[in-house]
Each structure stands twice: as structure tokens, then as C-alpha cells.
Ligand binder design. Structure first.
Ligand code: BJW
Ligand code: ZN
Length: 249
């Protein structure tokens, strides 16, 4: 049982606006592999061969094979207790924002409403030439989907290395990070930029930083409170504690 200190619940109960900044670790308990760390996929596969535009142009078949594999894992997965606890926070706080680096849609499926997606979404695709969107069934031809309008290659709507993040999503995330009272950093190694810069934005603007991770990270030194353990255990424990406190207030 995770011990939630009263000083933290006091602080949380005074807060109006909360940001949950999440990474692959929150979905690990749904069976979706992380990128780095002990069981991370980058231990076996090289990001430079799969997660950039040149790699895609060089070998679209290999990149699509990899995404089809990941899609299958993601579509068969379910939101876990961590995602559900974050969604439940909407019943406790006025303003809850989820800023996620994940592409798996699990926050939405868990019921979170205000979500900014920094690195795209695996359910969306587009033609690299005419930009037509393909969000339903993909027109695969010889293992590669091709645009039905112009014949161009279709790619997943995911931000690869060296590509700009969707500016509207990043701007809105930065605004929320600036004005929030509490900023949770959950299940991210916080090594990928500019996403990780949001932790500094929040800190510089006075937010109380709470980290939830199974191990120490690059930003642990910034945290006002760190929980080292699984998000799917710690977040529900925080929700339970908050509910208990609210019912006696
Ligand atoms: C648990 C848990 C449990 C486990 N409970 N916790 C130097 C050299 C080269 C490039 C750069 C450089 N410095 C900066 C850059 C730029 C680059 C970058 O940051 N690189 C660094 C990695 C070095 N950034 C970019 O390129 C970005 N774009 C950009 O900068 O644009 C400007 C520009 C434009 C034009 C030219 C030049 C610049 C884009 C970044 C895009 C990232 N995309 C990916 C997707 C890959 C493809 C795909 O998914 O299909 O996004 S990479 C990958 O990392 C993915 C993730 O969203 C992202 C972050 O990973 P995350 O979520 O933190 O996961 P992990 O695995 O790292 O960590 C998991 C954590 O969970 C761990 O800490 C565990 O302990 C923990 N955990 N179980 C709680 N149960
Ligand atoms: Zn096209």
C-alpha cells in the first residue's frame, strides 16, 4: 500500500489547476512496451532506422511492418488503473489537463477530456504528398498503404525525430504548464525535447512538481515530491486519499 503524505494531499486540495504530463511508462501496465530502460523497445530496435522520415523513405515496408505490429498491441490493450485514476481526477479538480507524449489514445479511452498529444496518434495517418488524412481502413497495396487520390506514400501521424511537434498542441501544453498549480510527471524518462522542457516551464512558473516513476529520471532533482513505483498503483492511491479527505472536509 502506497503511503500518501498528508502534506501532499493538503497541497493538492488547495489546487485548482493540475497538469498530468505522461510518457510511455503510464501505458506499460497496459502491456505496451516503453522505449527506453530495461524492457524498452530501443534496446532491440534502432530509433534511427525506424523513427525518422529518411528511414521511412528508404524502407517504408519495414516501417509499416513495425507500426502494424504496434497498432495490434495498442488496439488489443485497455486503459489501466493509472489512466483511470487520472480521468477520475476530473471529479475532484476544476481544471485537469493531460499532456501526453503517447500515441496510444488510452487517456481518451479512459475518459480524460482535455488532452494534448505532443507526438501524434497512431489512429491517424496522412499522405506525405497531398496531405489527405486516412483515419479509417488504410488502402494497403503490396504491404505499403498508398494514397487513393495521388498515389503518394501514406505515413502514420506520429512525430519522428527531427520533426516539429504539432504547434497548437505544444503551445496549449506550454500555456497549461505555465498556469497550473500542480504538475505531475508520470512514466517518462524526460529525455526527449521539446516535450521535456515543459517540466522546466512548469517549475519556473511556480508549479509544485510531483513525479511518479519506477526509477529516478533526468528531472527527479526538480520534483517537490517523488513516488518511485508503478503509476497504476500510486495514482489510484492518491485518488483514494483525496476522496477520503474531501468527504470529511
Ligand atoms: C514507469 C512504469 C510504470 C516504466 N509506472 N513509470 C541531440 C541529438 C539529436 C537530436 C536531438 C538532440 N537533442 C535534442 C534533439 C532533438 C530530439 C531529441 O529530443 N532527442 C533526444 C532523444 C536526444 N527531438 C526531436 O527530434 C523532436 N523534434 C524536434 O526537436 O523538432 C525540432 C527540429 C526540427 C527540425 C530539425 C531539428 C529539430 C521530436 C521528438 C519526437 C519523439 N518521437 C517519439 C516517437 C517515435 C516513434 C513512435 O513512437 O512510433 O516519441 S521517440 C519516443 O520517445 C516517443 C516518446 O513519446 C518519446 C518519449 O519517451 P517516454 O515517453 O519518456 O518513454 P521512455 O521509454 O523513454 O520512458 C519510460 C519511462 O517510464 C521510464 O522512465 C521508466 O522508468 C518509466 N516506467 N514502467 C511508472 N509502470
Ligand atoms: Zn495523396
Amino acid at each position: 500500500m502506497t503511503d500518501i503524505p498528508q502534506t501532499l494531499t493538503d497541497r493538492l486540495l488547495e489546487a485548482e489547476s493540475i497538469v498530468f504530463f505522461t510518457g510511455a511508462g503510464i501505458s506499460a501496465e497496459s502491456g505496451i512496451p516503453t522505449f527506453r530502460g530495461k524492457d524498452g523497445i530501443w534496446n532491440k530496435l534502432k530509433p534511427e532506422e525506424l523513427a525518422n522520415f529518411d528511414a521511412f523513405l528508404r524502407n517504408p515496408e519495414m516501417v509499416w511492418e513495425w507500426y502494424n505490429h504496434r497498432k495490434k498491441i495498442i488496439f488489443e490493450s485497455q486503459p489501466n488503473m493509472g489512466h483511470l485514476a487520472i480521468a477520475e481526477m476530473q471529479n475532484i479538480f476544476k481544471d485537469v489537463t493531460v499532456v501526453t507524449q503517447n500515441i496510444d489514445n488510452l487517456h481518451k479511452r479512459a475518459g480524460s477530456r482535455k488532452i494534448y498529444e505532443l507526438h501524434g496518434n497512431i489512429e491517424r495517418n496522412y499522405c506525405i504528398d497531398c496531405k489527405t488524412k486516412y483515419n479509417e481502413e488504410l488502402p494497403f497495396k503490396d504491404k505499403i498503404p498508398r494514397c487513393t487520390k495521388c498515389g503518394g506514400l501514406i505515413r502514420p501521424d506520429i512525430v519522428w525525430f527531427g520533426e516539429y511537434l504539432p504547434q497548437d498542441q505544444f503551445q496549449a501544453s506550454a500555456e497549461s504548464s505555465k498556469k497550473c498549480d500542480i504538475f505531475f510527471v508520470i512514466g517518462t524518462s524526460a529525455v526527449v525535447y521539446p516535450a521535456a522542457s515543459l517540466v522546466y516551464t512548469a517549475k519556473e512558473n511556480g508549479a509544485f512538481i510531483v513525479e511518479v516513476n519506477i526509477e529516478e529520471t533526468e528531472i527527479s532533482y526538480l520534483a517537490n515530491k517523488s513516488f518511485f513505483g508503478e503509476a497504476g498503483k500510486i495514482l489510484p492511491a492518491i485518488v483514494e486519499e483525496l476522496k477520503k479527505r474531501k468527504s470529511v472536509q
